[in-house]
Design a binder for this molecule. Structure first.
Ligand SMILES: Nc1ncnc2c1ncn2[C@@H]1O[C@H](COP(=O)(O)OP(=O)(O)OP(=O)(O)O)[C@@H](O)[C@H]1O
Ligand code: SF4
Ligand SMILES: [Mg+2]
Length: 324
């Protein structure tokens, strides 16, 4: 059984009394101990999907309009609030792109890690502090006994992201959702954080859902990949299969535009034109205005997912046709 199974998840944003669909029925699974990468351009719905899984959309103008989220066999959307809260932040934890917005600048990092332990575990404050030091050591922060009393601004960006990872690991999660965890960091630090996540996965056996707009990051880290475009998953496959046989023209465009450095000026130069606007109506395949492979059927009929192999699916009328 998959650890996480998301089925036909649809999400809409309430704008002026109307619900505008932004995520149009995505389905994917994360296997225990494995890493699923979700990749796609800005605005395609990656963060909304992960916030929905974490139950963090409540109270916002964003609504889940249909679908189910099964975690460890339990439906997170129908589970009583108390049971759901016990899972969130403990069995399922999340790290975000910018640690400074998630860390409180006025508290010492050790206090913040201890707080997330105390929320979920019946331990004393002294035990929580000891565990915080242990977690700082686990995420390879030098001198954890000293650093536990640092304030966030006294640490580098990479160290702050390690603190965020330590907080997320406080209760030994089965699933870690990492939403663009390295984009705010320079390339060398980025690589070290990705290596750290892989090492921690080997040590703890947790599953990871890694979200990125950078296919290069996904290629290095993931067992399976789901490519998102305009609120839909348009290609899924085991990573080695996806990178050897990209069936969807959008995936091929993303691959061709992997930046050679983090300062690359023009990302996605290989894919012409623009991403559709939020709520914009587009008949047929949403990628057709940008697709070099498009034919008349593409602007009329939205393609369903076609099996390229038993484990590889692409939502395209002509998958893999212009393979080099
Ligand atoms: N709170 C919100 N209110 C209104 N619209 C929102 C809200 N959050 C997201 N959206 C819209 O929903 C769409 C999907 O957003 P989402 O943040 O999931 O994209 P993303 O794939 O994570 O992008 P990025 O790579 O920039 O982080 C976007 O068009 C965004 O403008
Ligand atoms: S369905 Fe048509 S427009 Fe869409 S990706 Fe495939 S070839 Fe391109
Ligand atoms: Mg996002």
């Amino acid at each position: 059984m998959a650890l996480l199974e998301v089925k036909d998840l649809a999400i809409a944003v309430a704008v002026g009394g109307q619900l505008v669909p932004v995520v149009h029925g995505v389905s994917f699974t994360v296997e225990a101990g494995k890493t699923l990468g979700i990749v796609g351009e800005s605005g395609c719905g990656k963060s909304l999907t992960s916030l929905a899984i974490m139950g963090l959309l409540e109270g916002s103008q964003v609504r889940i309009t249909s679908g189910s989220i099964l975690f460890d066999g339990q439906d997170m959307l129908t589970l009583p609030a108390e049971r759901r809260r016990a899972i969130m932040g403990a069995d399922m934890a999340m790290i975000f792109q910018e640690p400074m917005t998630s860390l409180n600048p006025v508290y010492r990092v050790g206090e913040q890690i201890a707080e997330s332990i105390l929320q979920h575990r019946k331990v004393s404050k002294a035990q929580a502090r000891e565990r915080a030091i242990e977690l700082l050591r686990l995420v390879r922060i030098p001198d954890p006994e000293g650093r536990v009393d640092s304030f966030p601004h006294q640490l580098s960006g990479g160290m702050r992201q390690r603190v965020m990872i330590a907080m997320a690991l406080a209760c030994d999660p089965k699933l870690l959702i990492a939403d663009e965890p390295t984009t705010a960091l320079d390339v060398t630090v980025q690589a070290r954080i990705l290596d750290l996540l892989k090492e921690l996965q080997d040590e703890t056996g947790m599953a990871i859902m890694l979200i990125s707009h950078d296919l290069g990051v996904i290629a290095e880290t993931c067992d399976d990949v789901a490519v998102m475009y305009w609120g839909k998953i348009i290609e899924t496959a085991p990573a080695d299969e996806l990178f050897s046989t990209m069936a969807h023209p959008y995936t091929r465009g993303l691959m061709a535009s992997i930046p050679v450095s983090d300062r690359e000026v023009e990302r996605l130069e290989a894919i012409p034109s623009r991403v559709p606007m939020l709520g914009e109506k587009l008949d047929g395949c949403a990628f057709h205005p940008r697709c070099g492979r498009a034919r008349p059927i593409c602007s009329d009929i939205d393609p369903v997912a076609i099996a390229v192999s038993p484990s590889h699916f692409a939502r395209c009328h002509f998958p893999g046709e212009d393979q080099a």
